[in-house]
Design a protein around this ligand. Structure first.
Ligand SMILES: [Zn+2]
Length: 579
């Protein structure tokens, strides 16, 4: 394809303005690969399972979008997949070879990331046009994770494994390299609870799926254990004057020798269950469901918490020698009690058991690491909440894209944060995930540039401008709804019309994708709830029913928390009440 033609067919401004990598990748003259029939791929390192996986993913995603057949060739291919030690491990390079395009990774995983860039910058207008993007790219952030909250019968909790596999592949293509899943001690009586084996099975499934893709897998640990913890071992409830730390679990006091023994014994059992699946990191979590306010544990964040986290890390490394330890400071100093300073003092003398400090809050980023520095001078991770803000139930009215919000929050921390774990309740905030994942890859890449690349890849270049405009209206409406301000009815109607217009122009593969459906249903539901008759009109109920199908929600449930993640269809039933 001529470069001019390519640029004309592209959403040139956002993609080119903000979309450069490090060092700058660029659009050069792409080879003319019509690929109407067959795209031949040469795999130079076929004994690496992840290289073969990258090929399988390329084949699947290309064939889904156009009639081309992607086949393996022994020599002379239009695409060459290669691993080379001359690149940083997670980096990739895309360059021309005369007759084709070569994607080289510094490792099989780097090749997978390069394959993602290649797929997103190729075009599929009835035939395959190989990416004209040329350059070398490597991530700036070292731990680019996602935290999937596997609870309340949300999508992560109940989706079939095949859907989860595909979704993790898609995230890995955007540069994600770590996944965190928690074991639901909080819901279980003890290891004999009939649900305990089910939960272990889910953890192991996620670990296997993630690690097969080269993603690191880890879990959260703290002093919150089973419901069946003996009463005399329980922690002293925390002071929580701002009601943001949480006291919902069954925390155990680690300053009582018997309490510490209970924590270590049950954590050991968890590690034993994970021995063959593997664990790459632990995230120690201070609050929400943890903590102890007894005299010996206070101040929790720089005293009892640090001691139990160190012990759990040492135990974990007996099972998993390379295990990384991530110390979270979530909700430190709310109220101020010197936890940040205290942790700095403790880690000044003894930081070698910790690999990362994680910091964030429900809303704005804490000041201490920005103004004073990270305790122990360790790399800093964040934990942006990308799921709950601006919508209730979470995902209940479809997609919840908030690119401007995450750009604003990122701009406050991008000079210090080196990765993190966005908190996710489901697939409806897929756009937020990729925006944040790309911040971790390239801290100066704008949310708009990422979103433009996303839309072009998932929905096609023709609808890019309209989709970005639609997302802007949806984000503004979510903000109004969250802050209880009136929405602009003209904009809501316009968003719906734009969604209808985009839908008519989509290629069939895009129109049938859940990603588009979630955006479209959101526009339908915004119009119903804000300018028409509410969420009980026939069009609203039809849209809500479709969301329930996509999320695999239960129409009748005994899970008293399921309503938090189930679209609010009138006839859906919940038996029981939240505790
Ligand atoms: Zn205590």
């Amino acid at each position: 394809m001529e470069r001019r033609t390519f640029l004309l067919s592209l959403p040139a401004v956002p993609l080119l303005a903000g979309g450069v990598s490090i060092p700058a990748g660029k659009f050069a003259d792409g080879p003319h690969l019509d690929g109407k029939d067959t795209v031949r791929v040469v795999i130079e390192n076929p004994d690496e399972p992840l290289v073969l996986r990258a090929f399988a993913i390329l084949k699947d995603r290309i064939e889904m979008r156009c009639p081309a057949q992607v086949v393996r060739a022994e020599s002379v291919g239009q695409i060459i997949l290669k691993v080379s030690g001359d690149l940083p491990e997670e980096g990739f390079r895309i360059d021309g070879t005369g007759s084709g395009v070569r994607i080289t990774g510094g490792s099989p995983q780097g090749l997978l990331f390069g394959s993602g860039k290649f797929l997103r910058t190729s075009r599929y207008d009835g035939a395959f046009h190989a990416s004209p993007w040329r350059g070398t790219s490597m991530p700036q952030g070292s731990l680019r994770g996602m935290y999937f909250a596997t609870h309340f019968h949300n999508w992560y909790h109940v989706a079939p494994e095949a859907e989860i596999v595909r979704y993790l592949e898609d995230l890995a293509l955007w540069g994600v390299n770590a996944l965190e899943i928690c074991f639901p001690f909080i819901n279980l009586q003890d290891w004999n609870d009939p649900q305990a084996d089910v939960a272990v099975g889910m953890m192991r499934m996620y670990a296997r799926v993630a690690r097969d893709l080269g993603l690191q897998f880890g879990t959260g640990v703290n002093n919150t254990l089973f419901k069946g913890v003996p009463p005399h071992l329980r922690a002293t409830p925390l002071p929580d004057p701002t009601h943001r730390r949480g006291n919902s679990g069954h925390p155990v006091c680690p300053s009582q020798p018997e309490g510490l023994e209970y924590i270590m014994e049950n954590t050991r059992k968890l590690f034993q269950h994970m021995t063959d699946a593997g664990l790459d990191f632990l995230v120690h979590w201070p609050y929400d469901e943890g903590g102890c306010a007894c005299e010996k544990c206070l101040p929790w964040g720089c005293n009892g918490f640090v001691k139990v986290s160190r012990e759990i890390t040492q135990l974990g490394r007996e099972f998993f020698p390379g295990l990384k330890s991530i110390l979270s400071t979530w909700m430190f100093d709310t109220p101020p009690e010197g936890e940040w300073q205290g942790l700095s003092d403790v880690l000044a003398n003894d930081n070698n058991w910790v690999d990362y400090i994680l910091a964030d809050s429900h809303e704005e980023f804490p000041h201490y690491p920005l103004d004073i520095g990270t305790p122990g001078k360790l790399p800093l991770l964040n934990f942006p909440e990308i799921s709950m803000w601006g919508n209730w139930p979470w995902g209940g009215v479809g997609a919840n894209p908030l690119p401007d919000r995450y750009q604003r929050l990122w701009d406050q921390v991008k000079h210090v944060v080196q990765g993190g774990f966005p908190y996710s309740e489901g697939i409806y905030e897929d756009m937020n995930k990729v925006v944040v994942a790309q911040f971790y890859w390239d801290r100066d890449r704008s949310a708009q540039a990422t979103l433009a690349e996303y839309v072009v890849y998932e929905f096609g270049p023709e609808v890019m401008q309209d989709c970005l405009a639609l997302v802007e209206i949806l984000e503004a409406a979510a903000g109004c709804s969250y802050t209880k301000q009136p929405v602009d009815p003209k904009k809501i109607r316009l968003a719906y019309e734009m969604a209808e217009g985009i839908k008519r122009r989509l290629p069939s593969w895009a129109g049938q994708s859940w990603r588009w459906e979630l955006v479209y249903l959101r526009a339908v539901l915004d119009q119903e709830r804000f300018v028409k008759g509410g969420l009980e009109t026939p069009p609203a109920e039809e849209a809500l029913s479709r969301l329930i199908e996509i999320y695999h929600c239960q129409m009748e449930t005994d899970d008293p928390y399921h309503h938090r993640v189930r679209p609010p269809l009138r006839k859906a039933v919940t038996r029981g009440k939240e505790l």
